[in-house]
Write a protein that binds this ligand. Sequence first.
Ligand code: MEV
Length: 423
Amino acid sequence: MTSRIKGFYTLPLAERKKIAAERLGVSVDELERAFESGGLSIDRAEHAIENVIGLYALPFALGLNFRINGRDRLIPMVVEEPSVVAAASNAARIVREGGGFEAEVDNGLMIAQVELREVQDFDRAREAIEAERESLFALANASIPNIIRRGGGIRDLEIRDLGEGIVVVHLLVDTLDAMGANIVNTMAEAVSHDLARIAGGKVGLRILSNLADRKLVRVRARIPVDALAIKGYTGAEVRDAIALASRLAERDPYRAVTHNKGIMNGVDAVILATGNDFRAVEAGAHGYAARDGAYRPLATFRVDEDGALVGALEMPMAVGIVGGMIRIHEAARLALELSEVGSAKDLAMLAGAAGLASNLAALRALATVGIQKGHMGLHARQVAIAAGARGEEVEAVALAIHQRASITLDDAREALSALRTQR
Ligand code: MEV
């Protein structure tokens, strides 16, 4: 099913809901019921966290035009910032001209850390732990029988010497389609006392690491130069300016943080829409960006030998499609269905593609006309729609009010009525 739905943003809300309901194979009534209160009932919310006094809503939108690994995908996005969804959709339209995004996820293992303190002899401790590897694996796996039954479990173990008697043991765990925080925390607690005994130390902290560098997603986009052209700029000019913008982010942490913020605009929107832990993904992203001591961009752009622009993103993506909020949040469940997400790895690829698209859109604007023009253009379109403009009227009214110092609903209504009188 195509992810290109022309003029989607100009359609009235009721029409957009109809299209989403059709995609889901449900009635509009069912869709509306599911999204009532933003997908979470107050009764459920009350039991989700403590001291609840209400619900807090954000807009739920669809990122369009995405093709990932040869397949069209709708991207569920929850975000409060105007332009993010439009910009990502626009970038995805450009990327599809070069065939779309290519994405992959590596083994997808979560890390649980067990800290051991007062270890006298690291080499001896390491040898002893290695010698007990099998029994430690069995003990770890026994603590998560449900995951073992489905084919997950511990895959490897790493032993790190941090000095001053501190040894950290990493349990590398396949948590299948769960994000896995609870699973690996359970495992870490289950093996910690045996680990301490074997290593001749004391138990310290036992918790996952959010630096999920064994759950990396890689997304690549190759964009033909002509697809990059915008009014007043040739494709080659835009391409070269984007490559220079990438170089700045690669050299300057002040710029790299903002560059990465542009990536997280897309990533977080997908993470939120699908009921995942955005703090975990954020923490992992920035930790990974700083892994070699300097803070670096999570995506870079280069010009290849054929003159095309190539964007490449690599970042940790600890997400799940079962457990946690997904169990109780109707909108998150529908988000996964709308985008036909089949696994946690699949969701990681969607979020990564949304991140690279958001990054590309921001750099294309920054490298040419600047970011404010697009923001104001979109704002003008939103006001035009709010004033009642439909179809082709939206662009015409937006254009009429765009250049004014402040864009008001009254101006838009005036421009719309002038347009209709002219016709
Ligand atoms: C705004 O939300 C994101 C940008 O600042 C990203 C960037 O500068 O690359 C536009």
